[in-house]
Design a protein around this ligand. Sequence first.
Ligand code: ADP
Ligand code: ASP
Ligand code: MG
Length: 430
Amino acid sequence: MPAPLVVQKFGGSSLADADRIRRVARRIARERAAGSDLVVVVSAMGDATDELLALAHGITDDPDSRELDMLLATGEHQSATLVSMALHALGLPAISLTGPQAGITTDGRYGKARIANIEPRRVQAEIEKGKVVIVAGFQGLSGDTAADAEITTLGRGGSDTTAVALAARLGADRCQIFTDVRGIYTADPRHVPDARQLPVIGYEEMLDLAGQGAQVMQARAVELGWVNGVVIEVLSSFEDAPGTLIKEDPFVEQRNKVRGLAHDRNVAKVTLVEVPDRPGVAHAVFAPLADGGINVDMIVQNVGHHGATDLSFTVPEVDLARAKRILEPVVRDLGFREMTTDSAVAKVSIVGAGIQNAPGYAARMFGALATAGVNIEMITTSEIRITCMIAEDEVETAVQALHAAFELARPDDVTDAADAGGPTASAVAS
Ligand code: ADP
Ligand code: ASP
Ligand code: MG
């Protein structure tokens, strides 16, 4: 019988220095000793990606996106080689590969490339030679020939996606995401002290939490796991403790409550004041943003008066300067009064499959925010989520008030029965 194949991913904080890299190597060695074949995906060490970004911005405000991806990919090259060396030091055969060497190809969108395909021959050949294969996460190769081959990166948190994609392509028996918390919690444990770890969460709920700012998993990784039926285990690299399983959740219909909260500070609001109220204006505003690859999220258009209306929407904070540049000529041509922007805003969201079947969640959310003195500036909903935009400096107050209002610290009767009295955020190692 072939050995089970395990894909393990280690995040930046798990690899922040030589001691931590040696600890990760010992964990890999343990799994190897238990008889598994291993593909290990690594992120850049600690804050290396932020430091590389800062280096680029020290040179220019607007670094070329191709050169930036070439630069950012080196963070993961570095950590992959060091983990491989740490395994050699333990007497374990290992080899580090870049994303391109691992056969990962992508589309050509620098900074937010999507994986197009994985040609796994090299990885499989190294496994067959008895090696632990260390793959640099967060990157791939675009282009069809050697003449137009380009290094791309997959967006912040993209090593999660590398890991899940490899697990799907290789038909791995397990896909483990090791991070600096024990698993998925009802809210970010760094901000909500009584956040509770969930033993299981469904793909759909996790996708909405990740999409609304729960950075513990990149949303695209959850999506890939869902489409390919990969069960994703999220667990601590610092302690041996049960993690959280992300998978199809059989209890979802029986539950009738909010599953978790997410918040996102990295948004900015754009308001176009006195927009002419006539057909084609929204298209004229949003089409060039879409062409520029800018994701517009919440959109609110006020009731028109005297032939004009105000249009507000949110964009990722990192794209704000570009969005302004794109919109300036549109504002001029269409005769808006002005464009104002605000980056001191944030989103808070409640997520739960139970929301779609029961009324009253929105009222309860707005009531909790009102009681906490938090003003709501915009609202959007999906079937399983309600999101409010608020002032950025009220995030902490808002998430704590919502966590209490929806009683998220209390174990769920259906899925958490075995977990009552289980681990809490206070036990999280750092
Ligand atoms: P890594 O470097 O391992 O990829 P990240 O920093 O990307 O780690 O993600 C882990 C962090 O995600 C945690 O330290 C935690 O603060 C944050 N986080 C946000 N929301 C949640 C949540 N619902 N459950 C667990 N962690 C969360
Ligand atoms: N190093 C990259 C980042 O910081 C990718 C990752 O950690 O997953 O976003
Ligand atoms: Mg991450």
